[in-house]
Design a binder for this molecule. Structure first.
Ligand SMILES: N[C@@H](CCC(=O)N[C@@H](CS)C(=O)NCC(=O)O)C(=O)O
Length: 214
């Protein structure tokens, strides 16, 4: 049984929950409360499991690893069907590039600890933090919207099933909405997000249905 160190509001953990559900792999969710004030990720017990002190991490047969995108690649290699990647190598590159725009270029800049450093070390107030948060999403989504709009019309980015691109997109759209961002400049991304959230695998992974969701 896979154990997932999880937090309902973590968008990186949300990616892994979607991937596990799309693969029909059952798992046990072990909540780690990373909310400011609780900070369980920094407690000794969790730090001993994951020195990076972030979620998600998975535990499989006593071995533990963090990093959502690496976990998704491991899931793909361990449970090849259904694949989370397009069959064509160029499209696989494009799907990974789409996912990396979110996982490498947007999400790290908007992480809890980065927002905390902006407030505590650089004196940013709530408006400045929100401006920062929206700005990095806007830059990444602007490029992703161009890509998405140029794809053949279909429910998902690479045809009839969602994969790694949608697995990163939906949690990032949820983050944008949580910070009240206007998404009207990204109609195709909003459409794909809506199509994904109709699917059971995405519904069961949604933050609001996780244990501990407020
Ligand atoms: N690149 C990592 C990012 C993980 C990450 O930043 N997780 C956030 C929650 S979405 C976290 O645990 N933050 C805790 C903190 O910043 O102290 C991944 O994809 O797994």
């Amino acid at each position: 049984m896979i154990r997932l160190y999880d937090y309902w509001r973590s968008s990186a953990a949300y990616r892994v929950r979607i991937a596990l559900n799309l693969k029909n792999v059952s798992y046990e969710s072990l909540p780690v409360n990373i909310a400011p004030g609780a900070d369980e990720q920094r407690e000794d017990a969790y730090r001993a499991l994951n020195a990076q002190m972030r979620v998600p991490a998975i535990e499989v047969e006593g071995r533990i690893s963090g990093q959502s995108m690496a976990i998704i690649e491991w899931l793909e290699e361990t449970y090849p069907e259904p694949s989370l990647f397009p069959a064509d190598p160029w499209q696989r590159l494009q799907a990974r590039a789409f996912a990396d725009t979110i996982a490498c270029d947007i999400h790290p800049l908007n992480n809890l600890s980065v927002l905390g450093a902006l407030r505590d070390q650089f004196g940013a107030d709530k408006d400045a933090v929100t401006h920062w948060y929206h700005d990095w999403i806007r830059r990444g989504f602007a490029a992703l919207e161009v890509f998405a709009a140029a794809q053949a019309p279909a429910s998902f980015l690479f045809g009839s099933a969602p994969g790694t691109a949608e697995i990163t997109l939906v949690p990032q759209v949820a983050n944008a909405r949580r910070f009240d961002m206007d998404l009207s400049a990204f109609p195709r991304l909003v459409e794909i997000d809506a199509a994904c959230r109709e699917l059971d695998a995405f519904k069961r992974a949604a933050p609001e249905v996780q244990p501990g969701a407020a």
